[in-house]
Write a protein that binds this ligand. Sequence first.
Ligand code: PLP
Length: 244
Amino acid sequence: MAKSGFEREERIQFDLPEAEFSTLAVRSGQNRTMEGEHSDAIFPTSSFVYSSAREAAARFGGEEEGNIYSRFTNPTVAAFERRLAALEGAERGVATSSGMSAILSVGLSLLQQGDHIVCSRSVFGSVISLFDKYLSRAGITTTYVDPKSLDTWREAIQPNTKLFFLESPSNPLAEICDIQAIADIAHGVDALLVVDNCFLTPALQQPLKLGADIIVHSATKYLDGQGRCIGGVVLGSHQLMEAI
Ligand SMILES: Cc1ncc(COP(=O)(O)O)c(C=O)c1O
């Protein structure tokens, strides 16, 4: 008789070192359970169980890696993070509850009082509210620039500029920026470039390859593709994602 998942000794996993984008889009990041399921398993659980109080203590104390609570880690969310990281060519991704919370996480984690953002004026309206109404309360200021004019990006730089932010194409005007050139300007003053890649998705544009440091997505749009979910993700290096 065929062995059930409970009797199996090893998980069935595939390496995808040379896989094409379309294969990565359906396979990367999947961590099959012992049942050997074809599609991604979904783990609707808030918390997890342990074989002993000692194991629970080690997990909660950070001495042992593993799931403790789904706000921190959840296998379904982790598969989404690994898959988006594979598609964008990022070292790591951090999933968020929406696109706006992805952008908020970047602001709260990487900026502090007195810092300055240079932002394209052609961005989703809630981003402007977030920067002007909320981050401003923490003493973080923003200058908005014409995304197509490299001179305006340069002229907006202040001694305290820490972050550049753009969407390309933008919502709703579909304005396009020269991501590589803007990354070079940002890096010239040791600022980070954050690109909202919501509209093209990694299928059509991979901003890290163009010099961006961080990508944010509203997964609510094309990444979901069916109008059923609200979600977001931040992607970049291990070091930056650790802060996020
Ligand atoms: C380009 C862009 N970024 C961010 C957001 C915010 O994403 P969410 O609605 O998932 O919070 C949107 C939403 O329309 C958007 O169009």
